[in-house]
Design a protein around this ligand. Structure first.
Ligand code: G3I
Length: 369
């Protein structure tokens, strides 16, 4: 008996995430520029060992690639694709049409007045064309449009939709059409958070059907998984996977992390107001940032349970899921330490700050057995 236990433990110690899930879906990890540039060798080694797909956390966003009208900067992006391709990793491009991390000159002329419709079409076209042609053959798929649908399923009022007089369908149609023409070899995805919310899910599904009816190719939908210990309900996640799969497109779980910190008293998950000075008070800090000295065992156990139930859910639906991507490797690099409240200590990823694996990591290896 002891011998069997020893060999099981040994077996887990040897197994990797990408091998454990090889028959199910790709296992992806978001990388930052330190990792891509080789300045975080410990993280890089773990990623190469455990994952077979990567996403660029920030390096392929418009503010990095095209920060000023006369400046194109592919240095960080090239570093990312070289890291991916030199190591045989499947590489995502993230993201082309998004209202965040996109400079204002995309939308306004140099005198500050808004661009005309024709100028916006040209701006979108030249950006997509320049970027996709630069990376052609090295990026396997692009998040062409990111986060354009609202919680009620309508289009959000963003810089992009406003610039097209609120006609989100036109924004999406043009973006996917230009993307298809610029690099016919790349897969084309839509990517969004809260995609599990029934109204939003149905709004995304309508948008996908709209593209399909217009003969415009869309290859997949990414369900961003910025979730917590107790939300969202698993049945919503399952329903979203099934809804998108029924459209005949690939389904990806993207940007997975598990927030362990308390929500604000208002139950707010994502919002701006938490940078308000009142939330910087000591008495709020104790309540909102309780694990500065480490994660208590009972919370660690909840973390393991949550990762297990999520990955079990994905594994059960492996015939409909193409990739599961975690939004970073170790807790220290996560955006969740700074959002929605800056400078907290969060524990949303599979590796601790010292690059040791969490119990959740070991638990995930056991699911496919
Ligand atoms: O570029 C500046 C740098 O010059 C400065 O030294 C540094 C100081 O904090 O800030 C840098 O900018 C930061 C940028 O990441 C690059 O690291 C911003 O402050 C920071 O807000 C920004 O956060 C990124 C966020 O997108 C912004 O939209 C996160 O790292 C990134 O994880 C996050 O990723 C998004 C996905 O792309 C789309 N879905 C949601 C997801 C989470 O917000």
């Amino acid at each position: 008996m002891a011998g069997i236990l020893v060999s099981l433990t040994f077996c887990h110690a040897q197994k990797t995430l990408k091998d454990a899930y090889a028959d199910a879906f790709r296992m992806g990890c978001a990388v930052n520029s330190q990792i891509a540039a080789g300045r975080d060798g410990r993280s890089s080694d773990l990623i190469l060992k455990q994952f077979n797909a990567v996403s660029p956390e920030n390096d392929l966003k418009p503010e990095v690639i095209h920060p000023r009208p006369d400046t194109w900067n592919f240095r960080a992006g090239d570093q990312y694709v070289n890291y991916a391709k030199n190591n045989g990793l499947w590489a995502l491009g993230h993201t082309l049409v998004w209202h965040n991390q996109t400079p204002s000159f995309f939308f306004n002329r140099s005198d500050g007045t808004p661009k005309s419709h024709d100028e916006m079409v040209e701006t979108m076209h030249s950006y997509i064309d320049t970027v996709m042609k630069h990376f052609a053959g090295k990026i396997d798929a692009w998040d062409v449009v990111n986060e354009i649908i609202d919680n009620d399923g309508s289009y959000r009022k963003t810089l992009w939709t406003n610039a097209f007089d609120g006609d989100g369908d036109e924004v999406v149609r043009l973006a996917f059409k230009f993307a298809q023409e610029s690099d016919p070899g790349a897969e084309l995805y839509y990517n969004d958070f809260n995609a599990w919310r029934p109204e939003k899910r149905d709004g995304i599904a309508r948008m996908v059907r709209m593209l399909q009816k217009n003969g415009i190719r869309i290859d997949g939908v990414g369900i961003q998984a910025h979730w917590g210990l107790n939300y969202p309900k698993n049945e919503y996640i399952t329903a979203a996977i099934d809804t998108f799969a029924s459209l005949g497109v690939k389904v990806m779980i993207t940007e997975l992390d598990v927030d362990v910190l308390p929500l604000t008293r208002e139950g707010q998950i994502i919002g701006q107001t938490m940078s308000d000075p009142q939330f910087q008070l000591e008495e709020f800090k104790t309540y909102l940032d309780p694990y500065r000295d480490g994660l208590p065992d009972d919370v660690q156990a909840q973390v393991t349970t949550r990762w297990k139930e999520l990955m079990q859910l994905f594994y059960n639906r492996r015939d409909r899921i193409d990739r599961v991507t975690i939004w970073g490797l170790h807790d220290g690099m996560s955006w969740k330490n700074d959002y929605p409240i800056p400078h907290r200590i969060n524990y949303p990823l599979l590796y601790n700050r010292d690059r040791t694996p969490k119990p959740a990591f070991e638990a995930l290896l056991a699911i496919p057995e």
